[in-house]
Design a protein around this ligand. Sequence first.
Ligand SMILES: [Ca+2]
Length: 156
Amino acid sequence: KNSDQRKGRCSDYKVRFLCPIDFCTPPPGCWTDWFDRDNPSGKGDFEILRKLHKENPGKICNNPLQIQVLTTGGQPVSSTGDIIDTSDTEIGFICKNSDQKKGRCSDYKVRFLCPTDFCAPPPAHNRPFQLNGKCFTFVEMKYLIELPCVRNAPSK
Ligand SMILES: [Ca+2]
């Protein structure tokens, strides 16, 4: 406040903030769906990658790059005050009820960032399309190039 200063005026300041890693430019890849396989009713909330793999074949890559965890209500882990046992891309996520002062973990969901070779094919605007009998596609979402037209299998 200017009124707090002996010289009657503050200097002009600027600020910046350190953000969590998932705010920063992520490595190339794609996020899986959210998974919530367990509830904290037993020993805790166990969102174990090995079990998620078994229960959701083909839905999670074998070598995730990042894990993201939220409560099932969409709140960040830091908002719950829970002590987290494990949260990584090898084991997955573990919150043990016995670690909590209140005796019980919140219910969490997890998702994983997978490398691009696991991700879905490019979106529709990258697929070839026909115009006036010629075939084109966009490259790098910028350049329009002509392709030899490939005939689809004849319909019956
Ligand atoms: Ca859960």
